[in-house]
Design a binder for this molecule. Structure first.
Ligand code: GLU
Length: 298
């Protein structure tokens, strides 16, 4: 059934779109159009200090210049914290979330000695506060990853990405009890994205491959909250000259609004789409047809 297709592009307003972020925006738009679905834009602005003034409006203008216009007026996560609060309360009531009093330093002391971890590796939370705060002040909230089991007890999270194929991750051992609300009171991306995608009826998540590593955590949270799991397709990344992912840090420049067709052609090239056209509308229509052929929904 494609009638209930709802897709979305969910930029964080930390800067304007560049060639890399346009690929994800275009792919999610093409997939929605190819499946006669709705396409939403959600501004992920919960991490206040990282927001750049005017970036949200700028992103919407860039999208519009490329012919990518949402079917509903864009939501902003900053206006939706009551939903995240309610989700955390539900998880706590069912014993799946708990307050944690560990600082980053506590974690480093608890994890580093026996594990000999690489310097910048993510610290796997050892579950220190599962049994209570032990006199420490409440800082963050975490998910009991050991108690949420989408499959049989002991099974990892398994899912199939439409582009990357079958994936599997045991979140309890790869990340441990991850954060739902940070010590500074900011809602974690994982919680906000899961709550919003379900609340907006999103059936299909099409986004950059740099986010693929979050999918298992998000699926686990969907199970914990008894929410449906969408389909996933992670798009190829645009690399900077250094071979790293193109980002502001690796020198990406904001897309030029004056040449949207060139930007679309470049993004289409990254997605392997043989689309042609001399106007935006022509190119986009050819893009939808090429996308449908390349990435049909199973
Ligand atoms: N707001 C997230 C980001 O810009 C993307 C969220 C998503 O697509 O799941 O990194």
């Amino acid at each position: 059934m494609t009638s209930a297709y709802v897709g979305r592009f969910a930029p964080s307003p930390t800067g304007l779109l560049h060639a890399g972020s346009l690929v994800a925006a275009l792919a999610s738009w093409l997939d929605a159009r190819a499946n006669h679905g709705r396409w939403l834009v959600r501004i992920e602005d919960i991490d206040g200090p990282r927001n750049v003034a005017g970036a949200a409006e700028g992103i919407l203008e860039q999208l519009a210049a490329c012919g990518l216009v949402a079917d509903e007026s864009p939501l902003r996560q900053s206006a939706r914290t009551a939903l995240y609060e309610a989700a955390l309360a539900r998880l706590q009531a069912s014993g799946l979330a708990y307050a944690c009093g560990c600082s980053r330093r506590d974690l480093e002391l608890a994890v580093a000695p026996e594990a000999g971890r690489a310097r910048h590796a993510e610290l796997v939370y050892p579950g220190t506060c599962r049994g209570g705060l032990n006199g420490k002040a409440e800082r963050s909230f975490r998910l009991r990853t050991d108690l949420v089991r989408p499959g049989a007890p002991g099974d990892p999270v398994v899912w199939t990405d439409r582009r990357l194929g079958p994936r599997s991750e045991d979140v309890a051992t790869s990340v441990g009890d991850f954060v739902l609300r940070r010590a500074d009171g900011v809602w974690a991306y994982q919680l906000a994205v899961v709550v919003d995608d379900a609340d907006q009826g999103v059936s299909d998540i099409v986004r950059g491959e740099d986010l693929a590593g979050n999918t298992a955590r998000q699926i686990l949270l969907q199970h914990a909250l008894r929410l449906p799991t969408p389909r996933y397709l992670h798009t190829p990344l645009v690399l900077a000259a250094s071979g790293e992912k193109l980002s502001k840090q690796t020198g990406a420049r904001p897309l030029e609004l004056s040449r949207p067709l060139d930007a679309l052609r470049a993004a289409g090239g990254v997605l392997g789409l043989p689309a042609e056209g001399t106007t935006l509308a022509e190119w986009l229509a050819a893009g939808v047809a090429a996308w449908r052929e390349r990435w049909p929904l199973a």
